[in-house]
Design a binder for this molecule. Sequence first.
Ligand code: PGA
Length: 255
Amino acid sequence: MRKKIVAGNWKMNMDLTEGAELVNEIFKGLPVLSEDKQVVIAPPYLHLTQTASQLTGMIDVQLGAQNCHSEASGAYTGEVSASMLKSAEVAYVIIGHSERREYFKEDSTTLGKKVNQVLSNDMKVIFCCGEPLDIRDAGTQNTYVEGQIKEGLFHLPESQLANVVLAYEPIWAIGTGRTATSAQAQDMHAHIRSVIAAQYGGDAAANMTILYGGSCKPSNAAELFACTDVDGGLIGGASLKAADFLGIIEAMADL
Ligand code: PGA
């Protein structure tokens, strides 16, 4: 059975004190989760060792990173490699977030290399895809997202795909307060699953966790997560407030 996941992407927010407090607050309110459910917290790099020590012994909550470099090591000033993340007890790495694609010009070739770095260091990838508003308005979002998935992931053998989680994040919904409707999310998630099935077969598709991201909050999480092909969420803004993040985790816990 595929896992349900709620992952918090703090982006470039929180100093170390605020981050430690947020994690403590989340712990205080964390509901009991069944084995098929997982929470991921992805703070900025600087927080990782601190957050890792707070998470020691936790199974329900795993550590995530927001990015890694595409090469294994070397003269890349300011960058962080996948093996460094592994040594900091990171379990999941977000790759291909639309902000990375847009502001840091990360293309499919780079993203494919990053995916390989994460997987070869025995961590899991949260691979983001999603269309901008003009593509949605033109009605070509399925082809667009399919292209992102093929270019970033289809070089992988099926055995590796088991360590990939997908996150569908329509760019027009990220940080805008404009969420995709549950019908829009379900349609795209079903499409993504069919794309995986066509390449890797029905079992691989059925086992693939596909998260929704984009203005997900406690008030809409239950409806989104109730969709057949939506297996949880990648949460930005609402992951920065313990009460909101816990509200979203509750929506997953109730499934
Ligand atoms: P948001 O961000 O929840 O603030 O819309 C989602 C994301 O970018 O992962």
